[in-house]
Write a protein that binds this ligand. Structure first.
Ligand code: UTP
Length: 477
């Protein structure tokens, strides 16, 4: 029986120049042979081969970069507290807040976090969401996010569905962790965990698919853009739609400062009749390492910093400010009907190439752990939905108050556990100072989302307690 399977696999793989995947067949027992055969059947090798052939030109940004202009935007004014906009002057900050509140009161909003990444740079042996990041309590990223969703739903007296996208690399541990912690107070019906798809890693040198083990193809998550197909394939879009959801607030697991379902942000999106609205930060210099959101022929696109030609990145407006100023922080709000429309064509999102160090097993059975990138991974990115969205716009936020991504290992100069904790503590210290207290420079400050979601609510609560001077670490819960 397995002889027949072997023969048919060999024929198929030989035609595709991938027969090395069967090099260990003789040493595998029957269940392991079946496991390998299933993986081989699930892979579209023709697509993989095409992607490898076209790897140098999968995403040609040159024509876009040549025509790039600044996007329609709701912009922070210089004091960081008022907003001016190029979308329609009729939309004021107050109008936006009202529209956001209305959507939340009517139960139109769900929240989604993408948590399927492998977190290789951080070097943590669990899903990144389980990383203890809060500066005083040591709460994990997941705890912070779950409590923000819970606090927002309590505020509006409406359950907010919280969708958690995992990948095969993070699924089991995430599900167990969330269950062990009783979903941090969210109801079972309001947590929707679903798993994204994978793509095989191929050798950079010759496009051959890599084996992670004799019976295991090297598979990795298919990028956060895999969310679109995964939402559809797992029935999540249908479920949300049946619950009356119209907007999805999207963010990445590694940012503890994300202001989940912020009313003002939701409101600009709604009033501008946008299908996809993104939070952006103002770039400090032309070559900041963020994705640039630009407008080309009336449609928005993201151009990665590495793809933006210097001459375009350095263009300035008459007032001296950068023309390409909007850096994406991967916080979006998307309409559900837009996602439903796009999901029918989820395969249309382009693939991007990432060169990675990927351990692999040779046909001789040696496990190689490369010190230099040896493999290509193909990934889809969610921001490639932008050009398809009608009336897409951006909302500028203050980087230090909204964006503290945990990317790098302890000791790194930026985006490390230490720098992120400091930024979070500084952010909450600002709330204390605004409420009239003084904070000793060495004191770390943390505010649980269940205590307050905004500086204003915090000030009201703290005023009642009469807090004036903080001299030691403090956590408000
Ligand atoms: P990154 O691209 O920063 O990747 O993901 P990462 O996994 O966190 O870290 P490295 O690059 O391996 O060091 C940004 C966000 O997208 C999610 C991640 O979980 C993170 O929230 N993501 C990324 C997915 O959900 N799926 C993917 O396939 C890739």
């Amino acid at each position: 029986m397995t002889d027949n399977i072997y023969q048919s696999l060999l024929e198929k793989l030989t035609a595709l120049h991938q027969e090395h995947l069967l090099a260990h067949w003789d040493s595998l027992d029957s269940p392991r042979r079946m496991r390998l055969a299933e993986q081989i059947h699930a892979i579209d090798f023709v697509q993989l081969s095409r992607l490898y052939q076209e790897r140098g030109c999968l995403f040609d940004v040159a024509p876009l970069a040549a025509k790039a202009q600044e996007p329609p935007a709701f912009r922070l004014e210089h004091d960081g507290n008022t907003i001016g906009n190029t979308v329609g002057n009729a939309i004021s900050r107050q109008d936006a807040i009202q529209a956001g509140r209305k959507a939340l009161s009517e139960g139109q909003v769900a929240v989604l976090v993408v948590a399927g990444g492998q977190g290789t740079r951080l070097g943590f042996e669990h899903p990144k969401g389980m990383f203890p990041i809060a500066p005083v309590s040591g709460a994990t990223l997941f705890q912070i996010h779950f409590e923000k969703v819970l606090a927002r739903s309590r505020q509006y007296g409406n359950p907010i569905p919280f969708c958690v996208m995992t990948s095969p690399a993070t699924h089991e541990e995430t599900v167990d962790y969330v269950a062990e912690n009783r979903r941090f107070g969210l109801a079972e019906a309001d947590v929707i965990t679903f798993c994204q798809g994978t793509m095989p890693a191929v050798s950079l040198a010759d496009g051959k698919t890599l084996l992670a083990a004799p019976d295991q193809i090297a598979l990795s998550p298919d990028g956060h853009g895999g969310m679109l197909a995964a939402l559809k394939n797992n029935g999540v879009l249908k479920e949300l739609s049946a619950r009356g959801i119209r907007r999805l607030f999207y963010f990445q697991v590694d940012n503890p400062l994300v202001d989940i379902a912020n009313e003002e942000f939701l409101g600009y999106h709604i009033l501008a009749e946008s299908e996809l609205t993104s939070q952006v930060i103002r770039k400090q210099s032309p070559h900041d390492r963020v994705g640039n959101i630009v407008s080309v022929d009336g449609r928005l696109h993201v151009i990665e910093y590495s793809d933006l030609p210097d001459a375009v990145a350095e263009r300035r407006k008459p007032d001296g400010s950068l023309e390409i100023w909007a850096g994406s922080i991967a916080v979006h709000v998307m309409n559900l009907d837009f996602l439903e429309r796009q999901a029918d064509n989820a395969a249309a999102l382009p693939f991007h190439v990432a060169k990675k160090k990927t351990p692999f097993v040779t046909p001789q059975g040696d496990l190689i752990k490369p010190s230099e990138p040896n493999a290509i991974k193909f990934e889809r990115f969610i921001f490639d939905l932008l050009p398809s969205a009608n009336n897409a716009a951006v909302v500028e936020v203050d980087s230090k108050r909204h964006f503290a991504p945990l990317k790098n290992a302890s000791g790194s100069p930026s985006d490390s556990p230490e720098t992120v904790r400091k930024q979070v503590s500084d952010y909450y210290a600002e709330w204390l100072i605004k409420s009239g207290a003084t904070v000793a420079p060495a004191a770390k400050v943390e505010v649980s989302p269940l205590f307050a979601l905004s500086a204003e609510t915090f000030a009201e609560k703290v005023a009642k307690n009469g807090m004036t001077a903080v001299t030691a670490d403090v956590c408000f819960r």
